[in-house]
Design a protein around this ligand. Structure first.
Ligand code: HEM
Length: 203
C-alpha cells in the first residue's frame, strides 16, 4: 500500500471522530455546561475500551505518514503548498494536543481533560498568549487541509476556497467561546490549582 493510500484510508477512519469533536466544540457557544454535557455523551463512544487506543494509534500513524508525505512534496502548485503547510501545522498541533491530553490524564487525578481544561489555558495569561494562537492555528489548519482535499475532488473543487476562508472566523469564534466570550466560564477550583501549579495566576 502506498503512503498516499494509507493516509487517505486513515483520514476516512478518523473523519467521524474529528466531525464529532468539532461539533462538540460548537456547543461552547451555549456555555461550558452544554459543551461538557455533549462531551460526556460523546465519551461513551470514543472512550470505549479499545476504541480510544485505536483512535490514538491511528492519529499517531496519520501524523507520521503525513509528515513524511509533506517532507517529500515539492510541488509549487498553490493548493498543494497549502495542503503541505496546513498538514505540517496540523501534525504539530495534534502531536502536542494528544500528548497533553494523555499526559494530564495519567498524571493529574483531579484534572479531567474536559471543557474546563481547554478553557483554563485560553482564558488565563500567560498561558493564553500561547494557547489562543495554538488552538486557532490548529482549527484553521484543519479547515485549510479539508479545503485542499475538496480542491482536488472533481465536482467539489468550488467548495475549497470558501471552506479555507471560513475556517479562520470559525476558529476565532470557537476559541473565543472557550475564553468565555459568549457565556462566562467559571473555572472550578481544581483547574485554577492546575494552572496555578505552573504559574501563580489567581488573585
Ligand atoms: C479549539 C480547538 C480544540 C479544543 C478546545 C479541543 C479540546 C479537546 C479536549 C478537551 C480533549 C480531551 C477530550 C476528552 O478527554 O474526552 C481533546 C482531545 C482530543 N482532541 Fe481536541 N480540541 C480542539 C481541536 C482539535 C482538533 C482540530 C483535532 C483534530 C483534528 C483534535 C483532536 C483531538 C484528539 C485526537 C483528542 C484525544 C482524544 C482521546 O484521547 O480520547 N482536537 N481535545
Amino acid at each position: 500500500m502506498t503512503l498516499r493510500r494509507a493516509h487517505r484510508l486513515n483520514a476516512i477512519a478518523l473523519a467521524a471522530f474529528i466531525a464529532l469533536h468539532i461539533a462538540n466544540h460548537l456547543f461552547i457557544f451555549a456555555g461550558a455546561e452544554a459543551h461538557l454535557a455533549t462531551m460526556d455523551r460523546l465519551r461513551l463512544l470514543y472512550r470505549l475500551p479499545g476504541i480510544e487506543h485505536m483512535l490514538v494509534a491511528l492519529f499517531a500513524a496519520q501524523i507520521g505518514i503525513g509528515t513524511i508525505m509533506a517532507l517529500r512534496q515539492k510541488s509549487r502548485i498553490p493548493w498543494k503548498r497549502a495542503q503541505k503547510i496546513s498538514g505540517i501545522v496540523l501534525a504539530l498541533f495534534l502531536a502536542q494536543h494528544i500528548i497533553a491530553a494523555i499526559a494530564t490524564r495519567m498524571t493529574l487525578a483531579d484534572v479531567d481533560t474536559n471543557t474546563y481544561w481547554a478553557a483554563a489555558v485560553v482564558s488565563r495569561a500567560p498561558f493564553s498568549w500561547y494557547f489562543v494562537p495554538y488552538y486557532t492555528a490548529g482549527l484553521i489548519a484543519l479547515g485549510v487541509h479539508i479545503a485542499a482535499i475538496l480542491r482536488f475532488r472533481p465536482g467539489l473543487h468550488k467548495l475549497a476556497m470558501p471552506t479555507a476562508i471560513l475556517s479562520a472566523p470559525a476558529a476565532i469564534l470557537i476559541v473565543a467561546g472557550f475564553m468565555g466570550a459568549f457565556a462566562p466560564i467559571t473555572l472550578p477550583p481544581p483547574y485554577l490549582a492546575y494552572i496555578d501549579s505552573y504559574w501563580r495566576v489567581t488573585d
